[in-house]
Design a protein around this ligand. Structure first.
Ligand SMILES: [Fe+2]
Ligand SMILES: [Fe+2]
Length: 207
């Protein structure tokens, strides 16, 4: 009997320590993410506050993730990768380039009269670069990030570390969104879903 009680105590203790480890890990991740968001806000307040950038909340990127959330995630993962690898780079340009890498400003799931967006993967870096150059004074590195982030589709490989990091972070985030491990949320998405359902052509293409 005593042995059983002792075993139960040990089991309880192990469970408690596993719970503690999990909550500690969760707290660390939360703090880390909060620090990354703070750094992003400090480096790109003008972009995050702009109306045009916020209009990307109306467009879906992959799964149920908006382009806006996708770009912020890519900026976070770019910072995370550059810290973990570790690769020294210009963090400000890394953040700004990541935020603007998909600044194409349309919903590529919905074909319009002018463009069916069938080759979106190939040409949207050019569109994003044109839009971003109109709204911001881009550095050569930021231009390189936006222009080459779809490599190898864009054939010519990136020529700076920042562009390589954003290219990798973009691919990672796109994969996570496509397999629904990164999920979007909120009322905006419900509205978007409704709008997409009202457009049978868009629904057909997604199927
Ligand atoms: Fe892209
Ligand atoms: Fe992207």
């Amino acid at each position: 009997m005593e042995l059983v009680c002792e075993m139960r105590k040990i089991e309880k203790g192990l469970r408690r320590s596993a719970r503690c480890r999990r909550s500690e890990r969760w707290r660390r991740n939360f703090e880390e993410r909060r620090a990354l968001r703070k750094e992003i806000r400090a480096a790109a307040k003008d972009i995050l506050m702009s109306q045009r950038f916020n209009s990307t909340k109306s467009y879906i990127q992959h799964g149920n993730m908006t382009v806006n959330d996708h770009c912020i995630h890519v900026a976070e993962y770019s910072l995370f990768f550059s810290k973990k690898l570790p690769i020294s780079c210009s963090r400000k340009e890394l953040i700004r380039g990541a935020l603007l890498h998909d600044y194409f400003l349309y919903d590529w799931h919905i074909p319009d009269e002018k463009n069916p967006h069938k080759l979106h993967g190939f040409y949207h870096p050019g569109v994003a670069l044109r839009n971003a150059s109109m709204d911001y004074k881009l550095t050569p590195r930021e231009r390189e990030i936006i222009k080459k982030h779809m490599w190898p589709l864009t054939v010519v490989p990136p020529t700076c570390r920042e562009a390589w990091i954003v290219t990798a972070a973009d691919k990672w985030c796109s994969l996570m969104e496509t397999i629904h491990l990164h999920r979007g949320h909120g009322k905006i998405l419900e509205k978007l879903e409704k709008r997409r359902m009202e457009n049978p052509q868009a629904v057909k293409r997604e199927e």
